[in-house]
Design a protein around this ligand. Structure first.
Ligand code: AHR
Length: 657
């Protein structure tokens, strides 16, 4: 059948001709081709787009420890009449390098009336009706007696929850003050007001407000609705903490895991590199508090049954930015960070870092098995550094699989150089990245068919289909997701080569994003899975254990008449899992031949993800515009016919044992 190109709404896609000839797809469940790794479909987490601070980390107070470059950013002082110096930022400097600043509040009834400090939250605070909110703050009473009125405000300034707290007079040590209250109303963009009453001087730091309903109700934890989206995907792994965040603009701003563990008030805040990376999406209030640090990350993996896959700095800063490198003879501290992270994850409680893990609440090891060295690094500078890491890490931990970067592009001289060099170095996994238009994903479906079957495996560590002429959440349209669904048939079909894959980035806040498209969009109270999210979820929750042939006229189905297919079996449940993408606008019919099997359950489960319009997106108003729907279908006769709607991704589960 002849393919013709159509141009609709500026989007190029493939269409079949008018005739709807029935094709036959032959599945061979008794001829397994490759094991599908349990880690095959995972997620990529980076604090970009307010993914962590202002996102999954449920802290509602922005700039809680006054460490932003502008120490009162996010805070508003109200005082009638104004008295200079009533709120003064003090700096302990050397005495407390990780969290040097705090606010000294002087309350003097004779000079001033009411004195309040109001925090605006991250694009407001999302508040739920009747939910408990937990307030806490560190304080020292320098003199006198000060009372604290803690109030939750709606957008109009009305009080929707409050509590009064009494710091202990004469308390000269930093002490935690805590209080809880319920909210009487739902508010999308609330605020927190602290009213200081009485007379005296009080020092305050780490002003914090968390909702009660965090994931697993952990105090100081994560937003449960966002974690649930991940748990629902049943990801095989979680890549963390990125992404370019690993590299940093310069080496001083690189991600250092040791600064993200231990008590939160001792975790050193740094500027988020996405704060200023894109001038057109500048986010001056974006910092990393590391309230979600490496302990919480490992715990998350544990909770949702995913393998941890940390990526560490390899001694190189982002090559798009400063491109700083550590001299080869000074790499040891970076290697030590990697070795110590393995100890933090896996060491017993008698080791230095294992002990810290146990003290933080997890005496059992986290069973780390993989580690990435470098994010999007390239060139001979990367190769020579990676090899030094490889030698040192393999000597001490041969059991840990290492992941190496192949740079920013999936083709070209830089890619070829690293791909060759890394394979020669017998690297366990090579991390490939592709942010490309939909056509790339349709056309590259056979990308891995001719890859070497032995040696280094592939980790498709960051990818997303980038539609053109679209921006923000509208980039996550059905065309993008459909092209990813088609491309992933090629990954699953080559599961002996590609053993891990993750879409990137994961989260984006509608009011605070820098990079789009993204898998899951959120505001302060809602989460919206993009069509791409549902593609990922369908792959991950219908993984299967082994791939089997799915052939059209003896060839893999990889774009003929805009159809793409992959088949697997699930050895445990005795099912064939067939995934078919119809990227043409017309419905197509497909006869199914299941070779070597005489009987199968006549009723199969059919899940379909579809939209008639390629520009359809899921949004806050219509979060379910593209969502999977599952129904039972009858498989009639020896060669049952499957009806594949135009623009659809279909998953069939057929019980044959
Ligand atoms: O996913 C967003 C960014 O894309 C990542 O931080 C980086 O690795 C890539 O360039």
């Amino acid at each position: 059948m002849k393919l013709k190109k159509l141009l609709i709404s500026g989007l190029i896609f493939l269409s079949i001709g008018a005739s709807a000839q029935v094709k036959q797809l032959t599945i061979k469940p008794h001829q397994p081709l490759a094991q599908i790794s349990p880690t095959m479909w995972g997620v990529f987490f980076e604090d970009i787009n307010m993914g962590a601070d202002g996102g999954i980390y449920a802290e509602l107070v922005k700039n809680r420890s006054f460490e932003f470059f502008k120490p009162l950013m996010g805070w508003k002082l109200h005082q009638e009449p104004f008295s200079e110096g009533s709120v003064l930022i003090q700096n302990r400097g050397e005495a407390h390098t990780n969290n040097p600043r705090y606010a000294r509040v002087t309350v003097d009834k004779r000079k001033q009336g009411q004195l309040t400090l109001t925090n605006e939250g991250f694009r407001g605070m999302g508040i739920k009706k009747d939910l408990r909110y937990d307030f806490s703050m560190l304080y020292k009473m320098i003199s006198g007696k000060v009372e604290l009125l803690v109030e939750l405000l709606d957008q109009k300034g009305g009080v929707i929850g409050s509590t009064k707290l009494s710091p202990v007079a004469g308390q000269q040590q930093w002490t935690k003050l805590e209080g809880a209250f319920k909210s009487a109303a739902r508010e999308e963009k609330g605020a927190l007001r602290l009213g200081f009453e009485g007379e005296g001087i009080i020092d305050i730091d780490m002003v914090s407000l968390f909702p009660e309903d965090t994931w697993k109700k952990r105090p100081g934890g994560m937003r449960a609705d966002m974690v649930q989206m991940l748990a629902d995907m049943k990801p095989g792994f979680v890549r963390f903490p990125g992404g370019c965040i690993v590299e940093g603009f310069d080496l001083a701003q690189r991600y250092q895991w040791k600064k993200t563990v231990g008590p939160v008030e001792e975790r050193q805040l740094i500027i988020n590199r996405w704060n200023y990376e894109f001038p057109h999406r500048s986010t001056p209030d974006y910092f990393q508090t590391f309230g979600l640090g490496f302990f919480e990350y490992f715990q998350l993996c544990d909770d949702i049954g995913a393998e941890p896959l940390p990526i560490l700095n390899c001694g190189m800063a982002c090559q798009f930015n400063s491109g700083e490198v550590v001299p080869l003879d000074q790499l040891q501290p970076y290697i030590d960070d990697a070795l110590d992270l393995i100890e933090f994850a896996n060491g017993n409680a008698s080791t230095k870092w294992g002990k810290l893990r146990a003290e933080m609440g997890h005496p059992q090891p986290f069973h780390l098995k993989m580690l990435g060295v470098g994010n999007e690094n390239w060139g001979p500078q990367y190769l020579e550094r990676f090899k030094i890491f490889q030698k040192a890490l393999k000597e001490k931990h041969p059991e840990i699989k290492l992941i190496a970067s192949s740079g920013t592009d999936p083709q070209g001289a830089k890619f070829d150089f690293l791909n060759k060099g890394l394979r020669a170095a017998h690297v366990d996994f090579i991390d490939e990245h592709y942010y490309r238009p939909p056509q790339f994903f349709f056309e590259q479906v056979k990308r891995y068919d001719n890859y070497p079957r032995n040696g280094s495996k592939v980790f498709a560590g960051e990818y997303a289909s980038h539609t053109q002429g679209t921006s923000g959440a509208t980039r996550n349209n059905w065309l993008a997701a459909l092209s990813e669904a088609a491309f992933l048939t090629g990954l699953e079909r080559n599961a002996d080569v590609v053993q891990m894959a993750s879409y990137a980035p994961l989260f984006a806040h509608y009011d605070g994003w820098q990079w789009a498209p993204d898998l899951i969009w959120v505001d302060n109270l809602n989460v919206v899975g993009s069509p791409s999210y549902y593609v990922q979820k369908l792959y991950a929750t219908n993984r299967g254990t082994e791939t089997v042939p799915a052939l059209l006229n003896g060839a893999v189905l990889a774009g003929q008449d805009s159809l793409y297919a992959t088949a697997a079996i699930d050895a445990a449940s005795g099912e064939i899992i067939l995934k078919i993408v119809n990227a043409s606008p017309e419905q197509q019919k497909m006869e199914l031949e299941i070779e070597g099997i005489r009987k199968w359950e006549p009723v199969a489960a059919h899940t379909i993800l579809t939209s008639e319009n390629l520009t359809t997106v899921n949004s806050l108003k219509d979060p379910a515009a593209v969502q999977p729907k599952t129904a039972s279908i009858r498989l009639a006769g020896k060669k049952p016919t499957l009806l594949l709607k135009g623009y659809s991704f279909n998953v069939y589960r057929i019980k044959y044992r």
